[in-house]
Ligand binder design. Structure first.
Ligand SMILES: C[S@@+](CC[C@H](N)C(=O)[O-])C[C@H]1O[C@@H](n2cnc3c(N)ncnc32)[C@H](O)[C@@H]1O
Length: 286
């Protein structure tokens, strides 16, 4: 509405959420009750003290005692609260209100509410949702980046959330795995995604449980080069990039359980090994 002669125009309504955001939020809202009841997420075990952090997170993030840690796309907050159990003051952010409600309830149930804050927000609106607060450590990944259409903008958001000297730790499924067919034996798909993303209609989520009420979602494929270049262009200094021949779940039937504690699997010994996950640390230098 235009500015009028009699005074300032009424505040405009916020711009409507883009279609991908509404579609994906509805899909994730529908996943939450299914995940909360699933064996994979094992909320009862978490309440009883189980940590969901992986060996690589613990090794690469290091001591978090007293640090301000932000977990982007925190889902139901188990990783976030696992960091709180290790002494961090944590904030978890996710755009799904049911996920954040579950995370807050878990924080209460586990006695961690005094050092855990959970915020409902789109990643791209995080600086406003967090009132400009800055963090020593930002963690994210494990199925996070495929939901984001614009990595250069994501990287700029991450920089704006980091205190000087603070770092991002990202642990993700390796985008190279997306080129393989469902058996994991043949290159079947493009490595390079397109800017429109890909729309899927998948009745089931990745846990056990009933079909989803909102099955449609949009995902974006981001190459490793795109991730690194986005972070470097935003001004972060990449301290390491590790690639792992192991992953957290049995993505392909050919994978065998890995003995190194990373969980899900690896190609059998003697078979050609490809990267299944990667992790990196990127620091905001003063
Ligand atoms: C596969 S889960 C990540 C799991 C997470 N690593 C964990 O610790 O459980 C992806 C999460 O991203 C969230 N998400 C997807 N797009 C988002 C966006 N634009 N802004 C904020 N959260 C988003 C979903 O609600 C979901 O909780």
């Amino acid at each position: 509405m235009a500015h009028t002669e009699t005074g300032p125009a009424p505040k405009a309504d916020p711009a409507p959420a883009p279609d991908w955001l509404r579609t994906n939020r509805a899909n994730w809202d529908a996943r939450v009750p299914v995940h909360a009841a699933s064996e994979l997420y094992d909320l009862a075990g978490f309440r009883a003290g189980r940590s969901t952090l992986r060996a690589l997170d613990l090794d690469e993030v290091g001591d978090v005692t007293g640090r301000r840690l932000l977990h982007l796309q925190c889902h139901m907050g188990q990783d976030t609260l696992s960091w709180a159990r290790r002494g961090a003051h944590v904030t978890g952010l996710d755009f799904s209100a049911p996920a954040i409600r579950t995370a807050r309830a878990l924080a209460e149930d586990t006695g961690l509410a005094d050092r855990a804050r959970f915020v409902v927000s789109d990643v791209y609106a995080a600086p406003q949702a967090l009132d400009g607060q800055r963090f020593d450590i930002v963690v994210t990944g494990v199925g996070a980046l495929v939901w984001l259409p614009d990595l250069p903008r994501w990287a700029q958001i991450v920089v704006s959330l980091l205190a000087d000297g603070g770092f991002l730790h990202l642990a993700e499924f390796h985008p190279f795995t997306d080129v393989l067919d469902e058996d994991g034996s043949t290159v079947a798909y493009d490595y390079f995604g397109d800017a429109q993303g890909a729309r899927y209609d998948s009745p089931y989520t990745y846990t056990d449980g009933p079909p989803l009420a909102e099955p449609v979602h949009v995902e974006w494929q981001h190459s490793l080069g795109e991730v690194i270049t986005s972070l470097a262009a935003a001004g972060l200094r990449i301290e390491f990039l590790h690639e792992y021949p192991t992953t957290l779940f049995r993505r392909f039937p050919v994978l065998e359980g890995s003995a190194d504690g990373t969980g899900g699997g690896a190609f059998p010994p003697g078979a050609p090994q490809i990267p299944l996950m990667y992790s990196l640390r990127a620091r905001r230098t003063p």
